[in-house]
Design a protein around this ligand. Structure first.
Ligand code: ADP
Length: 345
């Protein structure tokens, strides 16, 4: 985002070279390698919230992650930012393995990666005026002089389309959509290069959703930001994504360019998701519909504590054959995309 900085101060001192992954594309800001996260349950059992997920993300690119509630989207998003450390695998941001960073280095790294949540109230202290809320990350990370911070806060306010007088008001004086704008501005205060947005429009009215999605698209363009965008809503995913990742029971089951994906998903689960939101005469290309979509997929999602053997999706899959019941399909390249299915291709 060098050509479009809000304030113009330099980034942190160069990061150490010895922690970099040799030979990777300089455009890959994020590398997720076979990450998994297990939780020990009070019952004594283990639940694998995420299993074996790998992907890369380039600067300026948006990867949409979609799947039913409980499939591991939030856990994956939190692992990308090391808010939840992976049990297996690793996450690299700009070549640095997050798990190998010291606490101080991880704090510095956190400047460059931010999260936007579904509920903006979670990131806005009700007792802080908006101006102070936007300045807070700058104060914590000791960025700029007081005057420079004030200038950046005003620039952020302009960026999200709120009048400057908003800076003297408190969060409760704003609507849900305005509060989400403010939470987005706060996430941008430290000029991150990577944002994980977890259901950022799910709590908003459909008319407001489009405004927030357009704001995010504008911000991404201006600052060449990389986004991991999590949503259960395929219409929202269609609106924002360059690539789409579909999760089922903790695994990525399809990863594809958005155009190819929406033209024809390869995984039977992804196909069922898309069929469920495509009503006759409509397309997903228009404004986000907020359609629940995923609820329409036939059958109950299985219990993640006891995933079915073989392909986890086989009990709900109309194409399942004997092999699907016993052997886990690899996440492999087929039809120009990655798919975990014995029947794809
Ligand atoms: P999603 O975001 O797709 O709804 P989550 O990542 O929140 O899914 O959850 C994935 C699975 O992991 C769910 O079965 C959930 O109950 C479980 N899970 C998430 N966090 C914890 C935790 N702290 N302890 C135990 N289980 C958890």
């Amino acid at each position: 985002m060098s050509e479009a900085r809000l304030l113009g101060d330099g980034p942190d001192a160069d990061l150490p070279a010895d922690n970099r992954l040799a030979g990777e594309s300089p455009d890959d800001i994020l590398v997720v390698e076979t990450v998994g996260r297990d939780y020990r349950l009070p019952s004594g059992g283990t639940l694998s919230a995420v299993r074996d997920v790998s992907f890369r993300l380039a600067r300026g690119e948006t990867l949409g992650i979609v799947g039913e509630s409980g499939c591991g989207k939030s856990t994956l998003g939190r692992m990308v930012l090391h808010l939840t450390p992976p049990t297996t695998g690793r996450v690299l941001v700009e070549g640095e393995t997050l798990a190998r960073l010291s606490p101080a280095a991880l704090r510095r790294r956190r400047r460059t990666m931010q999260m936007v949540f579904q509920d903006p109230n979670g990131s806005l202290d009700p007792r802080l005026r908006i101006g102070a809320a936007l300045a807070e990350p700058l104060v914590i990370h000791r960025v700029g002089s007081r005057a420079e911070r004030a200038r950046r806060v005003e620039a952020l306010c302009d960026l999200i389309g709120l009048p400057r007088e908003a800076l003297t008001r408190f969060p409760h004086e704003f609507s849900g959509g305005q509060k989400q704008r403010i939470a987005i501005a706060r996430a941008l205060a430290l000029e991150p290069s990577l944002i994980v947005a977890d259901e950022p429009v799910s709590a908003l009215d459909v008319s407001i959703q489009a405004q927030i999605l357009n704001l995010l698209a504008d911000i991404r363009e201006r600052f060449c930001l990389a986004f991991v965008f999590i949503s259960h809503d395929l219409a929202v995913i269609r609106h924002v994504s360059d690539r789409v990742g579909v999760m089922y029971l903790g695994r990525l089951v399809e990863l594809a360019d958005a155009d190819a994906f929406f033209a024809r998903p390869a995984h039977p689960y992804a196909r069922m998701l898309l069929d469920a939101v495509l009503e006759p005469g409509t397309t997903l290309g228009g404004a986000p519909s907020g359609a629940p979509g995923l609820a329409i997929v036939q059958g109950e999602p299985p219990n993640p504590e006891h995933p079915p053997p073989g392909c986890s999706f086989h009990p709900r899959c109309p194409l399942a054959v004997e092999r699907c019941r016993v052997e886990t399909p690899p996440f492999a390249k087929t039809q120009g995309r990655m798919v975990a299915c014995w029947r794809a291709g």
